[in-house]
Design a protein around this ligand. Structure first.
Ligand code: COA
Length: 258
């Protein structure tokens, strides 16, 4: 594994934990951090010992307090276009389309690009009192790493526009009622909850899980293609060793060995 400056990577048996390590800057995403996130996901995609990822922030205050605002100063529209496009393709879409489960452990402020990154993850678990928001309009800009789209998909147009237009933060407990996070747990149980969700997922077929992620994501881009994709991947799943094992194990009344 290559050396990283702004992120920590801890790999145990099956799980890679990525920690944004800029606690003194509330783990804000600067260009170097974004490039490192992109690189680590490429590394982990090809590492067959890794079956899932947990994403979190260093320290007790912030998950990620957004894009590094100091890098926004003096940006031209064409530079901003390139920045957003790179962020979508190299980071957010890469996480959303990762073939293994990615869980965001939201351990504090998840603002702007930080909430966008959490929303790109497949599942979100937040610690009690964590604050989430898209404050971009208070800076005179709009979310640029998928926030307008992924927030709308997760919570619907009304709540999404309320959060974006007011620029207000909501606490994790409220985010839970919106469906923006899957669970809220005490801070000292946050990682344990994420690991235990992954342990459950690891008992299921990894190939089927990657197909499910693909089918769900396709529907978000184009619902009609999503239905077609589901039919294709359902069919393809019958060609895998894992489906043969899963179905055989059911018939033999034993646990499957994936
Ligand atoms: N970009 C760059 N630096 C940031 C940052 C960001 N998004 N968020 C926090 N920081 C820096 C602060 O400038 C400060 O740096 P300094 O110590 O060199 O002055 C440090 O992190 C600590 O932040 P501070 O504001 O002092 O902490 P706080 O507890 O008073 O407030 C926040 C925490 C998260 C509410 C506040 O930092 C904030 O509003 N951040 C910006 C959030 C935002 O608008 N994000 C969207 C960007 S599009």
């Amino acid at each position: 594994m290559r050396k990283y400056n702004t992120i920590l990577v801890d790999v145990d048996t099956n799980t890679a934990r990525i920690t944004i390590n800029r606690a003194d800057k509330m783990n804000a995403l600067n260009a170097e951090t974004l490039a490192e996130i992109s690189a680590i996901f490429d590394e982990l995609e090809n590492d067959h010992t890794v079956r899932g990822v947990i994403f979190t922030g260093a320290g007790s205050k912030a998950f990620i307090a957004g894009a590094d605002i100091t890098e926004f100063q003096g940006l031209t529209a064409s530079e901003a276009f390139a920045l957003a496009e790179r962020g979508h393709l190299q980071v957010m879409d890469k996480i959303a389309n990762f073939s293994k489960p990615v869980i965001a452990a939201v351990n504090g402020f998840a603002l702007g690009g930080g909430l966008e990154l959490a929303m790109a993850c497949h599942i979100r678990v937040a610690s009690e009192g964590a604050k989430l928001g898209l404050p971009e309009v208070s800076l005179g800009i709009i979310p640029g790493y998928g926030g307008t789209q992924r927030l709308t998909q997760l919570v619907g147009r009304g709540k999404a526009l309320e959060m974006i237009m007011t620029a207000d933060m909501i606490v994790a407990e409220e985010a839970l009622t919106w469906g923006l996070v899957n669970y809220v747990v005490p801070a000292d149980e946050l990682l344990t909850k994420c690991y235990s969700l992954l342990e459950k997922i690891y008992t299921r077929s990894p190939i089927a899980i990657s197909y499910a992620i693909d089918a769900v994501n396709t529907s978000l881009i184009n619902p009609e293609n999503g239905f077609k994709k589901e039919i294709e991947l359902f069919a393809q799943s019958f060609d895998t060793v894992e489906s043969k094992e899963g179905i055989q194990a059911f018939i033999e009344k034993r646990k499957p060995n994936f």
